[in-house]
Design a protein around this ligand. Structure first.
Ligand SMILES: Cc1cc2nc3c(=O)[nH]c(=O)nc-3n(C[C@H](O)[C@H](O)[C@H](O)COP(=O)(O)OP(=O)(O)OC[C@H]3O[C@@H](n4cnc5c(N)ncnc54)[C@H](O)[C@@H]3O)c2cc1C
Length: 432
């Protein structure tokens, strides 16, 4: 029998939020001064800014500049209680959640647990490919890329060396495009200086996309723009090509071709994180949780789901809303307003997404932006991308650090963060 964990019992109604990503954090911030007791649970003690993971992976930013400690954010809010733990199970009837540190009752539960990498059931790819869905995975990728250049330098055999130098990126969405653009710029501006003994022309960057265009969720203008930029930067883009398998040495395509490499970055899809105990029929495609217009989980009126995990079907969005930060934030905002309205005896309102547009960057002065009434690309689009991402970051210090990094990089093409830092392994104690 699990013990209850130590959250004070008060006469306030308790809202338990699982997940401090874009959706959960926005909700918690907006309820911080409300009449509710808010319990915010996350497996990490920080919020991560996923859109800039690729810059950590490409040694453009330090991990600390794109994460923000949760406790610092709620230092002055006595009605917000934070616990670092992973929620395993929910009991909708008993209104309880279960975690390794104990169980807890809720009046309302909000699932803001986001999504993780989807390997579409291919266990070998899951084991060998490198995903980028957390800051630790981004850091792992940075170590891997830099270590492999070191290994290439001491590998005389051409074929073996190629495997260390070449990189395959799978998935032509924003992440894949941004990673490839960044790698191509690193190849052109940084590696020849850091590794003068390496022939950087030997480095090939491959982008594999299963459909007939990049950035599928964006306009044709943006897709074509991204393809043109990447091609100009020397990235080998293969459209209409599906990866079948990867054994750590070769990437195998469905059409029978293969590419030898020690690094395959997997940015080809996401699937919702799972929690046991939800009504059986509320899960839909991609492991998302079906919600109604008020974001309540089908069959569990006191349980809500917001952000990437939520699936709200409508005429405009028959496949649910896009799994992007704006949807998550706007769901958090609407749900907070609804809770506050309800506590004052007012009516809740339906969630309506206000699509402010989407964007992706390929490299310096190369970005594509789709606004509802204006689609553009190039240097101005790149500045818009920088501005939007800078202002979306959590924490004033983070904004300043990222801004300074970008300015230094703009003028020098080089921000000296190319460090291979690994956790120290404990030495084995030898028994006599
Ligand atoms: C590499 C990358 C680049 C991206 N770029 C963009 C972009 O440029 N623009 C854009 O709009 N969107 C982008 N996205 C998508 C965007 O980041 C997501 O849409 C957004 O993060 C969704 O927010 P969320 O709150 O639903 O989930 P998340 O931000 O994923 O947060 C979920 C939280 O739940 C926690 N959690 C999960 N399970 C549990 C559990 N069982 N117990 C406790 N805690 C749990 C996690 O630790 C995490 O903190 C990108 C995503 C990635 C991965």
């Amino acid at each position: 029998m699990q013990t209850k964990f130590n959250i004070p019992e008060t006469d306030r109604e308790r809202i338990v939020i699982i997940g401090a990503g874009f959706a959960g954090l926005e909700l918690a911030k907006r309820l911080a001064k409300s009449r509710y007791q808010v319990v915010l649970l996350d497996k990490n003690n920080f919020h991560q800014f996923q859109p800039l993971f690729y810059q950590v992976a490409m040694a453009g930013l330090e991990p600390s500049s794109i994460v923000f400690p949760l406790r610092k954010m709620f230092q002055r809010n006595k009605n917000v209680h934070i616990r670092v733990t992973e929620v395993d199970k929910v009991d909708v009837e008993k209104q309880q959640i279960y975690t390794p540190i104990g169980y807890l009752n809720f009046d309302y539960l909000v699932l803001a647990i986001g999504a993780d990498t989807n390997f579409f059931g291919n266990e070998r790819i899951a084991e060998k490919a490198i995903p980028m869905k957390s800051v630790s995975e981004a850091l792992y990728l940075r170590n891997q890329i830099l270590s492999d250049y070191e290994k290439a330098l001491i590998t005389p055999d051409y074929d073996q060396r190629q495997k260390y130098l070449d990189i395959v990126v799978v998935g032509g969405g924003a992440t894949g495009v941004e990673v490839c653009g960044s790698l191509a710029e690193m190849k052109e501006h940084i590696l020849p200086k850091d590794y003068p003994e390496l022939d950087c022309d030997e480095i090939d960057i491959h982008l594999i996309q299963s459909s007939d265009r990049l950035l599928k969720g964006m306009s044709d203008n943006a897709s074509q723009g991204a393809l043109d930029y990447l091609t100009k930067l020397g990235v080998k883009v293969q459209l209409n090509t599906r990866v079948k398998d990867y054994d750590g040495e070769n990437v195998y395509m469905k059409d029978g071709s293969s590419i030898p490499t020690h690094k395959m970055i997997w940015a080809a899809g996401i699937a919702g994180n799972t929690i046991e105990g939800l009504p059986a029929d509320c899960l839909v495609r991609g492991n998302r949780i079906k919600i109604d217009d008020y974001m309540a989980v089908k069959g569990a009126p006191r349980v809500f789901a917001i952000g990437d995990i939520a699936f709200l079907e409508s005429e405009e969005n028959p496949y649910g809303h896009p799994q992007v930060a704006q949807v998550a934030i706007q769901m958090g905002v609407r749900l907070a307003k609804n809770f506050k309205a309800e506590s004052k005896g007012k009516l809740r309102e339906k969630f309506e997404y206000n699509d402010k547009g989407s964007m992706a960057t390929v490299g310096r002065n190369k970005a594509v932006v789709d606004l509802p009434n204006w689609k553009f690309k190039g240097a101005f689009a790149w500045f818009v991308w920088l501005f939007v991402h800078l202002f979306s970051l959590v924490g004033f210090k983070n904004k300043i650090i990222v801004f300074l990094n970008w300015v230094v990089n703009y003028f020098t093409y080089d921000q000296s963060l190319r460090l291979i830092i690994r956790p120290k392994e404990k030495k084995k104690i030898l028994k006599k």
